[in-house]
Design a protein around this ligand. Structure first.
Ligand SMILES: Nc1ncnc2c1ncn2[C@@H]1O[C@H](COP(=O)(O)OP(=O)(O)O)[C@@H](O)[C@H]1O
Ligand SMILES: [Mg+2]
Length: 397
């Protein structure tokens, strides 16, 4: 299929796309490389548009918009959707997403972004939500159920975009039988709110007796999320603190304000909740898709893999796990040292949060069947991190 890769209303390039394999077999013309997905720019060589790395990476990028192969219960989801691979969904809704404004326009069509984007146009999410989140679900029957932004979500957790009172929300379940993720998201939001960190607000919701987290879309029709992974891709990898410093510098060069503090805030949160999953696609920046201006550090999102979630043992209190600082996996006590002026944090604002979390976990116990013992241990861990942060602040001059 001959098509135009679009960024909202702008033409990026004209290419031949083979939907059966999700490969771009030929690029006919570059219209405006500046509006291409950020990750592609570094592969672009002028006057050599069919240069293989560029074309392969275009295919990789597009395929990467699909649901990843590591999505929890992917086989079941594919079965329910009646398809064999996630990329089969990509051309069902022009490859549109709710995290950016890219789409594939068939070459001879006069369809417009306004007619099809999922920010303005409602989508039929109920069947996909059921197929993705429910334990018992029928197969999808309506073709319209495959025309949703759910075709292009990233990440391991079962999830679904829904519309509630006009707002687009992302619902996320837990991994395997784990029920803690949604609560960790809500805890993270509460910490961020109290410490005034820019964050995505997660709340608890239930869907057919399953506890999920719910957060509003933080992208608008005028913006896109560019993850740190994409930004770092064109930079040299050091596997030390330089990776972090160069990222800060890059964002500062693009005139984002208070970059260092904002990125530090994310690592302070990760310290408090012992988040082990801060990989480079779990943070980034927001770019204006019209002016290409880098607007801000993206609000903090995806904080569920925390509080020793993987190491729970009913008998013992295991304190394991490490955090991530760019390409390195390190103890949380090491990572927190990157914060230049930790004294700016007023930990007393977290007073009472352990009790608050304890109440929250108990409130949903009927549904989660989480044991009192586990709740107690989670609270001990949280309390411990808060106290350790206090001590660390006192020890800094
Ligand atoms: N509120 C949101 N608004 C827009 N895009 C989002 C939002 N939350 C997540 N995303 C996008 O969806 C991807 C998957 O979400 P994430 O919370 O990271 O799920 P997982 O826990 O499965 O990794 C993110 O990497 C980001 O690109
Ligand atoms: Mg994620």
């Amino acid at each position: 299929m001959k098509c135009i890769l679009m960024n909202k209303n702008r033409e990026v390039l004209v290419a031949e796309y083979d939907a059966a394999t999700s490969v771009f077999t030929r690029i006919y013309e570059i219209k405006d490389i500046n509006y291409a997905p950020y990750i592609l720019k570094s592969f672009y060589i002028e006057n050599n548009i069919n240069d293989t790395p560029f074309r392969t990476n275009l295919s990789e990028w597009f395929k990467g918009r699909g649901i990843p192969s590591w999505r929890d219960k992917l086989d079941l989801l594919l079965h329910r959707l009646n398809i064999t691979a996630p990329y089969e969904l990509l051309d069902k809704a022009f490859g549109l997403s709710l995290s950016d404004q890219y789409w594939l326009k068939p070459y001879d069509s006069n369809i417009s972004y306004d007619d099809i984007n999922f920010f303005d146009n409602d989508f039929d999410y109920s069947e996909f939500m059921e197929a993705s989140l429910s334990i018992n679900s029928k197969s999808i029957t309506k073709e319209s159920s495959l025309k949703t932004p759910n075709n292009t979500t990233d990440g391991m957790l079962k999830k679904a975009w829904i519309i509630d009172n006009g707002t687009r929300y992302l619902l996320k379940g837990g991994y395997k039988n784990e029920i803690l993720q949604p609560f960790n998201e809500v805890l993270a939001s509460e910490i961020c709110k109290r410490l005034e960190f820019n964050h995505v607000e997660y709340t608890i919701d239930t869907y057919k007796d399953i506890v999920v987290s719910k957060c509003p879309c933080f992208i608008t029709k005028d913006t896109e999320l560019i993850t740190c992974y994409q930004i770092k891709n064109e930079m040299k990898r050091h596997d030390n603190l330089e990776d972090y410093e160069e990222y800060i510098k890059k964002l500062e060069d693009h005139n984002i304000e208070n970059v260092r503090e904002k990125v530090e805030n994310m690592f302070i949160l990760d310290y408090l909740i012992m988040n082990e999953d801060r990989h480079l696609n779990n943070f980034g920046i927001i770019r204006d898709v019209n002016t290409l201006k880098w607007l801000d550090v993206a609000p903090i999102f995806d904080n569920g893999q925390s509080l020793n979630i993987e190491y729970y043992d009913e008998e013992e209190l295991h304190i394991s796990g490490s955090g991530r600082l760019f390409y390195e996996v390190k103890p949380f006590d090491e990572i927190i040292k990157i914060v230049k002026n930790i004294k700016r944090i007023d930990v007393s604002k977290l007073d009472g949060i352990v009790e608050w979390f304890d109440d929250l976990l108990h409130k949903y116990q009927d549904l989660t069947k989480m044991s009192d013992r586990r709740i107690e241990k989670l609270c001990i861990l949280l309390n411990r991190q808060i106290n350790k942060l206090k001590e660390f602040i006192l020890s800094e001059n």
